[in-house]
Design a protein around this ligand. Structure first.
Ligand code: GLC
Length: 550
């Protein structure tokens, strides 16, 4: 008998750099997380997922790993990690860590050895080294582009000082892709999985889980349109990308699942797979593969009732077809925070980000109202929900970061044409009146916090019943009390344009995605994402309400 906790879990993403800084160096750390677990227990989440804290030169904020089995000194030590896991488990919170198998850092021992070793060596065969095209190999081996902009190949200088081979990096040049057809790579990752499983982690979020296998021969490919950098929108491509979502990735996950299943306690795998449509995403969570896959189709759906209804139905159907729960997510460390995104009036492809020169930024108050309504809708849906640190405070994207403060490789690789993801990664405000708003004991913060952060601080929201933090706490408590995550949807309950309404168990949920008020159905109001006018029985625009079913 298993609990299958992951089918219904509310999972809170911690971005360690920006969560809480115990030692005052301006960078969050593991000790900071441990000290703040009480706040997360109070929020009412079931698990945390930590973005990478492994040894890394931090060229891509830790998604460039130099040692998969150690903690970067910026974040602490393995002893700090063990203490954090122990404290989380004591509070009933499970711990998921990030696994980055598509690429390592160029500072990883293996890559350094590959650079020192000759063409055709076993050291080079762990990565994707190829000879260049052109008379003297001066052109990249194919025309692929990096997700962060610019070519996906970098030429090395051989040990004798001559221009040499090229290596593939789907992301930054500091992130060489592994060759996953090489058994040595596979065995190394089994070792890494065991290392963390033995330390007691409850699962892994698998980075770029759609990218590890490349088409034979690495053929040229030109995307049809810029549909977001991570492969979302593949449907629109006449010829699919020769590196996103190839069938060969699945045997890797079957292998890992078998390994995880030898451990007690339901350890899980969650896929970051930017593919579509949803039935394709569901391939990652077939019974012998992963447990969960992020639902980016949901994240990318506009705040619009019919589009939402469609994606919710499609999600539940696609995942149920393989026996998996749907997941739901609105924000993470790669996308514009939903309190800003849902008010944008111009298209904004994933990864491009927003900044002072972005057109169509929309009204922040509308954004926050929609974000609260969207979360109230999401947390009423059956399945597992992911929350990104700071959304429970209603944080917007930081738009006016100075150019010289920006750190995302996207910003550099596109010469500032794309702002990238720094705006969703600014360190959290905990205490309005403290230095760095309580992020740490000093005023240091690796990305500058705006002055407006004081009004979002956790301490000013904690006792305010109208705050976004109070809303999240109530939503999570009611989601649990009413068993909504293990429920099922019945809908529609009447057809009103711009209104989404369904029943899940003994709760009726009504979301008004329009701007004009609509009639509020009769019944006891359990929760609302914003002020209601109960006297005149109106549900204002951009508001979601939970009612007790008659
Ligand atoms: C994933 C991560 C992102 C990172 C990229 C390369 O998409 O979420 O932050 O930059 O992979 O590892």
């Amino acid at each position: 008998m298993t609990s299958e906790w992951w089918r219904t879990a509310a999972i809170y993403q911690i971005y360690p750099r920006s969560f809480a800084d115990a030692n005052g160096d301006g960078m969050g750390d593991l000790a900071g997380i441990t000290a703040r677990l009480a706040d997360l227990a109070e929020l009412g989440i079931d698990a945390i997922w930590l973005s990478p804290f492994f040894t890394s030169p931090q060229k891509d904020a830790g998604y460039d790993v130099a040692d998969y089995c150690d903690v970067d000194p910026l974040f602490g030590t393995l002893t700090d990690f063990d203490a954090m896991v122990e404290e989380a488990h004591a509070r009933g919170i499970r711990v998921i860590v990030d696994l980055v198998p598509n690429h390592s850092s160029d500072q990883h021992d293996w890559f350094q050895a590959a650079l020192a070793a000759p063409v055709g060596s076993a050291e080079r065969a762990r990565y994707l080294f190829r000879d260049g095209r052109g008379e003297n190999g001066e052109l990249p081996p194919n025309n692929w582009e990096s997700v962060f902009g610019g070519p996906a190949w970098t030429r090395v200088t051989e040990a004798d000082g001559t221009p040499g081979q090229w290596y593939l990096h789907l992301f930054d040049s500091s992130q060489p892709d592994f060759d996953w057809t090489n058994e040595e790579v596979r065995e190394e990752f089994r070792r890494i999985l065991r290392f963390w499983l033995d330390r007691g982690v409850d699962g892994f979020r698998v980075d770029v889980a759609h990218g590890m296998i490349k088409a034979d021969g690495l053929p040229d490919w030109s995307p049809a349109a810029d549909a977001g950098s991570m492969g979302g929108g593949a449907e629109a491509e006449a010829v699919p990308a020769p590196y996103w979502g190839l069938d060969g990735v699945h045997e890797i996950y079957r292998d890992w699942r078998a390994l995880l299943d030898t451990y007690p306690g339901e350890r899980i795998l969650a896929a970051e797979a930017w593919v579509d449509p949803l039935p394709r995403v569901a391939q990652w969570v077939r019974p012998d593969e992963m447990h969960q896959a992020f639902n980016f189709a949901y994240l990318e759906t506009p705040w619009q009732s019919d589009a939402l209804r469609r994606v919710i139905d499609d999600s539940i159907a696609a995942f149920a077809a393989v026996g998996a729960p749907s997941t739901w997510v609105l924000s993470n460390h790669d996308v514009v925070r939903h309190a800003t995104r849902l008010a944008l009036t111009e298209p904004n492809p994933q990864g491009h980000g927003v900044g002072p020169r972005t057109p169509g930024l929309g009204d922040p108050a509308t954004g926050l109202r929609r974000a609260r309504a969207a979360t109230a809708l999401m947390l009423a849906l059956p399945g597992s929900a992911y929350l990104y640190q700071g959304e429970e405070l209603g944080l917007p994207e930081v738009i006016d970061l100075q150019d010289d403060a920006r750190q995302d490789p996207t910003w550099f690789r596109t010469n500032g044409e794309r702002y990238g993801r720094d705006g969703c990664r600014v360190p959290l405000p905990w205490t309005a009146s403290a230095p760095s708003y309580g992020f740490g004991p000093t005023d240091a913060a690796w990305l500058p916090q705006p002055a407006s952060w004081a009004s979002f601080a956790r301490d000013v929201q904690r006792d305010d019943p109208a705050s976004t933090l109070s809303l999240y706490r109530s939503l999570l408590a009611a989601r649990r009390a009413h068993g909504l995550a293990s429920g099922s949807l019945e809908w529609p309950l009447g057809e009103t344009p711009e209104v989404l309404s369904f029943r899940n168990g003994d709760v009726v949920v009504v979301a008004n995605t329009g701007s004009a008020p609509v009639a509020l159905p009769a019944g006891e109001v359990l929760l609302a994402s914003g002020p209601l006018d109960e006297a005149s029985a109106q549900l204002p625009g951009d508001t979601t309400v939970w009612l007790r079913a008659a």
